[in-house]
Write a protein that binds this ligand. Sequence first.
Ligand SMILES: NC(=O)C1=CN([C@@H]2O[C@H](COP(=O)(O)OP(=O)(O)OC[C@H]3O[C@@H](n4cnc5c(N)ncnc54)[C@H](OP(=O)(O)O)[C@@H]3O)[C@@H](O)[C@H]2O)C=CC1
Ligand SMILES: O=C(O)C1=N[C@H](C(=O)O)C[C@H](O)C1
Length: 257
Amino acid sequence: MTVSERTEGNPIRVGVLGARGRMGATVCDAVESAADTTVAARIDAGDALTGLLDGGVEVVVDFTNPDVVLENLRFCIDHGIHVVVGTSGFDDEKLATVTAWLHDKPSVGVLVAPNFALGAVLLMRFAEMAAKFYESVEVVELHHPRKVDAPSGTAAHTARLIAQARAEAGLGVAPDATTSEVAGARGARIDDVRVHSVRLAGLVAHQEVLFGAEGETLTLRHDSLHRESFMPGVLLAVRQLPTRAGLTVGLDNLLDL
Ligand SMILES: NC(=O)C1=CN([C@@H]2O[C@H](COP(=O)(O)OP(=O)(O)OC[C@H]3O[C@@H](n4cnc5c(N)ncnc54)[C@H](OP(=O)(O)O)[C@@H]3O)[C@@H](O)[C@H]2O)C=CC1
Ligand SMILES: O=C(O)C1=N[C@H](C(=O)O)C[C@H](O)C1
């Protein structure tokens, strides 16, 4: 069943990719708990994507890994299924690929959201606002040690937003006199913004953005203390995608910010 055929009032039929993973399992519980959504397919590594078709899935939620997410997106778009993507690792090149695929399927909606937690979305917006006022800025992301990618997608996205705001304000590279460095000590550079990754047992998902100017600093910090923090954002996206065609990047576009 495609969305155009869906009956108003029936729960939205959701397929979860990565259903046995940390996020996927939490999404299954959240979707089943909501009155207006139902899990129609649970797919994990090794399962055929055709299970989505068998289950009559209208909206897919993908929390898998950066190596497989594009393949999943291709299948869904080709079959007219909307996709909420939480999986990290999206850069401009991957987004351009998705845009090209959507060109042939103009009624399909795809949302790629680096972070579904409200506070993380607000932090990114606040960081973008503050960026032009400070000569120095660095991003620190802190996560559980089972995370496979570094830096986090959220940190990479935040760094790009900050870099764009700095460029628009005519700011150059932040001051840094380092001439001797143990590799990695100054973090990764994303669009000339330094990003540092911490992996620590006990953590879930956390980020700080540190700004500095003469005589003052500003620190923005967000903490996801458990994975339920992402669920209101995921459900909001599931509900909105059936009427939101094309590619949307960032949950902020679905909020009244
Ligand atoms: N946007 C956001 O708000 C958030 C994004 N994330 C991102 O979501 C992703 C998943 O995170 P997390 O749940 O912690 O990771 P997990 O490793 O716990 O879960 C990923 C799951 O996907 C499975 N998988 C692998 N390949 C496929 C495939 N081709 N089809 C279906 N399932 C597959 C994995 O199986 P197997 O283990 O056997 O490989 C695993 O069960 C990461 O990229 C993470 O950064 C996480 C939290 C919030
Ligand atoms: O792997 C995680 O856990 C998270 N991944 C996302 C990212 O890479 O930004 C979102 C959040 O930080 C949790």
